[in-house]
Write a protein that binds this ligand. Structure first.
Ligand SMILES: O=C(O)C(=O)C[C@@H](O)[C@H](O)CO
Ligand SMILES: [Mg+2]
Length: 382
């Protein structure tokens, strides 16, 4: 079998799908994308395609090494997202060719169901109570919300109290009947993270995500030394070589590699195993589409340390299309008691509505995240 063509489809709401075709009619789908930089990743996929056309798609490990090492420069969000989507599609081809889901090829399932969580509250942690009540009605009991709005490097007590009051309300209304992660979203400086975490400790959030920006990763161990709250990060780390340093330094209780940013299934299985060696949980980051989620679930079901899975149903970013809009086998993604069953169909386990993908790709938006500014006009972390 030989790879014959790579076709990318930028799609609402902010996703990109990749179709890899072969000379034997088997094709694979993946989701290479960096939110807000889809065109850059699209160009990277086409450049990497030069290494793939005419090659045997079964040689995933070798093709991965060629894409990662062959161009001298390596790593970073654009290249690693392009490799991620290509890797997902190659695993999809392999599974379809052999007639088994990817998790079978990776040694079989270690669990029967995978716990999921849902976003509530949008870009600013408002209306979370109503959001939680709505989702609880369908069996969701684990949530994530933004832990704060924009935060100055040294901010004031009102900003801290606003963040704490949201969390206090959640515990007041729901007690210990629900769990929620707080995503600081990289908005908080190291000094402010110390204050916020101290003030939030009594309300026991399930984890604190990206308490500081990934470029400040040396603070994870320092923040962990001051709190009992689990610290989570990883969506802006793109290979096992980045996770290596953070795991060795300690501090993270949960790693959150993104299957569409961190080199795909081939790389994230390795990251999961590294994390397990440090007794660190795996919670793949996934605010994206169905192929990204399916790739996450393939890794979740073979990783002993997988703890919960993000999924984007109802997420505030999904304006113009919802998680399963392009999926034919929607029922396979049904959550019961807030968890997923393993995807049983061959490959990634996603049947894509290709006609709809082609149609919607004709008016794909160039999604950009908002550019926030502080009251003084300085750029604020979104
Ligand atoms: O889902 C998360 O944890 C996020 O922090 C969302 C963020 O990654 C946006 O997708 C960026 O556009
Ligand atoms: Mg996040």
């Amino acid at each position: 079998m030989k790879i014959t063509r790579l076709t990318t489809y930028r799609l609402p709401p902010r996703w990109m799908f990749l179709k890899i075709e072969t000379d034997e009619g088997v094709c694979g789908w993946g989701e290479p994308v960096i939110e807000g930089r889809a065109r850059s990743v699209e160009a990277a996929v086409q450049e990497l395609g030069d290494y793939l056309i005419g090659q045997d798609p079964a040689r995933i490990n070798d093709l991965w090494q060629v894409m990662y090492r062959g161009g001298f420069y390596r790593g970073g969000p654009i290249l690693m997202s392009a490799i991620a989507g290509i890797d997902q599609a190659l695993w999809d081809i392999k599974g379809k060719t052999l007639g088994v889901p990817v998790w079978q090829l990776l040694g079989g399932q270690v669990r029967d169901r995978m716990k999921a969580y849902s976003w509530v509250g949008g870009d600013r942690p408002a209306e979370v109570i109503a959001g939680i009540e709505t989702l609880r009605a369908i069996g969701i009991d684990t949530f994530k919300l933004n832990g704060c709005a924009e935060m100055s490097l040294i901010d004031n007590s009102r900003a801290v109290d606003e963040a704490v009051n949201t969390v206090a309300q959640i515990r007041e209304v729901f007690g210990n009947q629900i769990e929620f992660g707080l995503d600081f979203h990289g908005r908080v400086s190291a000094p402010m993270a110390k204050i916020l975490i101290k003030e939030l400790e009594p309300y026991r959030p399930l984890f604190i995500e990206e308490p500081v920006l990934a470029e400040q990763a040396e603070y994870y161990s320092r923040l962990a030394a001051q709190t009992h709250l689990p610290i989570a990060a990883g969506e802006r780390m793109y290979s096992r070589f980045e996770f290596k340093r953070v795991l060795a330094a300690g501090g993270l209780a949960i790693v959150q590699p993104d299957l569409s940013h961190a080199g795909g299934i081939t790389e994230c299985v390795k990251i999961a195993a590294m994390a397990e060696a440090y007794d660190v949980g795996l919670a793949p980051h996934c605010p994206l589409g169905p192929l990204a989620l399916a790739a996450c679930l393939q890794v979740d079901f073979v990783s002993h340390n997988a703890v919960f899975q993000e999924q984007s149903m109802g997420i505030h970013y999904n304006q113009g299309a919802e998680l399963l809009d392009y999926v034919v086998n929607k029922a396979d993604f049904a959550m019961h008691t807030g968890s997923f069953a393993p995807l049983m169909k061959p490959g990634l386990g996603v049947e894509i509505d290709e006609a709809l993908v082609i149609e919607r790709s004709r008016d794909a938006p160039d999604w950009r995240n908002p550019l926030w500014r502080h009251a003084d006009g300085a750029v604020a972390e979104w």
